[in-house]
Design a protein. Sequence first.
Length: 309
Amino acid sequence: MKISVIGAGNVGSITAMRLAQERLGEVVLFDVVKGLADGKTADMQDARFLLKQDYEITGTDDIKKSASSDIIIITAGLPRKPGMTREDLINRNAQIINEVCQNIKRLSPKGIVIVVTNPLDLMTYLALKVTGFNPKKIFGMGVTLDASRFANLISAELRIPNTDIETTVIASHGEGMLPLPGFTTIKDAPLDKFLDPEKISELCSRTVNRGAEIVSLLGSGSAFFAPSAAVLGLVKAVVKDEKRILGVSAFLNGEYGLKDICIGVPCRIGREGIEKIVELKLSVQDKQAFIASAEKIRSNFEILKPYGI
Ligand code: TXD
């Protein structure tokens, strides 16, 4: 299994390290900046002796070395600066995704593509259109990270282990994100048995703002430890054909009453990529919020016109 990570910044390099250490395949890390990916992977190779792990990882600034990848993870792009929304990144990152996807189409036409670059749902849609790949094979990592953030906030509030929590977040990986307390359980008991509605609503807002909270603490750059862990979960589901239900930004073709858009929904992920889109029975209020979130994503489609979309 050959896995290429495009972009050797914070998310890309830690993702590559996690994938290599889990021995999920032969990992190639690429960046346009000369020497960057090579330098980072040389450092990772030097850790093999200490970790007693002979994982396979190489770094390059030659995109051709990513040819015939089974999985390609796109982390290339600019991250947010304090005060910026994910949407502020659109124009620059769209150019980057377009360029990267032209290369993927040419070099790895059979690959499964996982988009990480923000604004996530829009960039996933762009990647799908530029490559023309089967929509099962392209999805975005966003809401699994958001679900993990929601779970972590619940865990801290109740002082219970994260592993006792099941939770779901859907819709855009952005301001229109929708944590779903009604689909959140603690050892099979619903969340509202543990917390009052005000507290639940506070934790939902904190989940939506968690990325911005981290951006402002860091001062420069955005989160990368949890995002790379979320990518690892998706890659593992594909490589090991786990068929787990995980939230991803998926192309909808009638599901949830929507068409021609990429947005976060629970999907069964396995060797073929998205093997099924799971349609949750949403409350009227959640359904409205989901549609509004989709409309917000769609309002930026205009920006994709230069790419023939
Ligand atoms: O949940 C999520 N989806 C996210 C998304 C969680 C965290 C970060 N999220 C987004 O991922 C973030 O808003 C950015 O759009 C991307 C990458 O974030 P990262 O923190 O890794 O950014 P860096 O450290 O600036 O790294 C970006 C790298 C940098 O080394 C550039 O030189 C490189 O991308 N880059 C490219 N690589 C390859 N090819 C091209 N064209 C290219 N352009 C820039």
